[in-house]
Design a protein around this ligand. Sequence first.
Ligand code: KG4
Ligand code: ZN
Length: 342
Amino acid sequence: TSEPLVLGIETSCDETGVGIVRGHTLLADAVASSVDEHARFGGVVPEVASRAHLEAMVPTVQRACETAGVALHDVDAIAVTAGPGLAGALLVGVASAKALALSLGKPLYGVNHLAAHVAVDQLEHGALPDPCLALLVSGGHSSLLRVDDVTERVTPLGSTIDDAAGEAFDKVARLLGLPFPGGPHIDRAARDGSSVYVDFPRGLTSRRDLERHRFDFSFSGLKTAVARWVEAREAAGEPVPVADVAASFQEAVCDVLTRKAIDAAAAEGIDDILIGGGVAANSRLRVLAEERAAQKGIRVRVPRPGLCTDNGAMVAALGAEMVARGRAPSALDLPADSSMSV
Ligand code: KG4
Ligand code: ZN
């Protein structure tokens, strides 16, 4: 008996993703993004995203099947992101997945987007260690999770109390005149800058904050500090050293993320940290996490950048895990839940 062939659909934000996996093997990962349509607004516009998903869905499903070399009727199960995310965007994916499951007579698995960001690593590095500590950092979320079983036992240890890490990258990029989404542009600009040029604040790391928010994050103070610094430079009629500010900002974010992730792993007695979500594509975050974890004897797993940003393969990967672990499929009246928790 071969492992289950699962098609996964992701539409929680601006990426229409359709992935096909067999067990832990990635066969196709087709992604159509509406990011360019949002760029001039400086952020994702929900209505625009929903319409784009509707247009992209069928061609993206077809492209995934062609790449994988499978026909739709060969698929054993359909998985879809049921939440969290933009309500209208989720609805397009959920409705499409239901239509496929119903017409093919195959089971439907509604999955959690955050858990899918964790499960995707199995496609690259094999079975997840149980338990593991996941640091999920993207445009919509920044969380530390204890993962005992990615299909049903994921426990939040902390999360951002204001902006998500990716949101901070995007807002600071805007301040520096870099395009949206800003993360990759800051990452690139920072390579030519000094990370100690400005000592930006590390949110929720004071002794007092740690008492109440040991594993929580805060990035809005950092964003404001960058804005004030840039304004002061401009007011003085001096040029803004974009590379240095980008590098210093990036260091502040990566410093806090890695420190808290390693602290959480140590507190939970966990030896494996998995980093996922769009910000996990950040080159400095990867290096710093490796360096600091190694000093504590902790291993770090980070999927390749293409699997860190939103995609359908992560949904298929979690769906395949649910099939493998014998989880019950969802009913065909599965709702989209924009604020779904793990
Ligand atoms: O996971 P994702 O594709 O979508 C959400 O679920 O939000 O994450 C997108 C976020 C954006 O904020 C983007 O700026 C950020 O991930 N990002 C990065 C990098 N690549 C993407 N942030 C920092 N460095 C990067 N290399
Ligand atoms: Zn995401």
